[in-house]
Design a binder for this molecule. Structure first.
Ligand SMILES: [Zn+2]
Length: 224
């Protein structure tokens, strides 16, 4: 094994070690990625933003015959990725817009573009292929039946978080129990399986994401 190969592996182990120490030392729920971000009533000043452990550079583009406003799409992507309830995980992951050298490109894509991106994709749904996330422009306008009570804005946040979740290394998850909040990695566009719609990752999904990121994309880590 060459030094060049070894170095990312060592970095990943170091990140995991730091995470493990933080997990052990912090009170329950107080870790940078803890499940308390939903509790916006937490006393002011109690939660300091964590310095980022990973930096993800992303770009937003329109692909194909798209009528929707790209500026609106871009604003929703920015807000969704940076929301403390999302994959930003209370600041542990920094999402930075970068047109020149993005790690991840998020497309507002015509259905035909999505279908052509990969044999596993279709014109009906959104899709992630490599470092490209294709948000289906048809769904962007229509939403999904499963979100008709939550509204289109919630659906848009869900689909961005779901597809970016794939890029972050996560696969699909089922509904755990009737009435439970749906995992973000459940295919909520296709149905909820008895769960309630939820457009943010569950705390356990965020913990899994941080572990996966450290192993699969050590180059994104900001700590040696
Ligand atoms: Zn999926």
């Amino acid at each position: 094994m060459s030094a060049a190969v070894l170095r990312p592996a060592v970095a990943a182990i170091a990140v995991i070690a730091v995470m493990a120490v933080s997990l052990g030392a912090a009170p329950a729920g107080a870790t940078p990625w803890g499940g308390r971000a939903d509790q916006s009533e937490a006393p002011a000043g109690r939660r300091q933003p964590a310095p980022p452990w990973f930096v993800v550079r992303y770009d937003v583009v329109a692909s194909g015959d798209v009528r929707s406003d790209l500026a609106v799409f871009s604003a929703v992507v920015d807000d969704t990725l940076r929301d403390p309830n999302g994959w930003a995980t209370n600041g542990a992951v920094a999402f930075v817009a970068d047109r020149r050298d993005p790690d991840l490109t998020i497309h507002l894509a015509a259905p035909a573009v999505v279908a052509a991106a990969d044999p596993a994709c279709s014109a009906q749904y959104s899709c992630r292929v490599g470092d490209d996330v294709y948000i289906n422009a048809g769904r962007w306008v229509r939403g999904a039946d499963s979100y008709r009570h939550r509204g289109r804005s919630a659906y848009r946040q869900y689909v961005i978080n779901h597809e970016v979740g794939h890029w972050l290394g996560l696969g699909h998850q089922p509904c755990s129990a009737p009435g439970a909040p749906a995992p973000i990695m459940k295919q909520q566009s296709k149905g909820l399986g008895g769960c309630e719609p939820r457009m943010w990752p569950l705390p356990q999904e965020r913990r899994r994401m941080l572990r996966t990121l450290a192993v699969q994309r050590p180059e994104l880590a900001t700590r040696p």
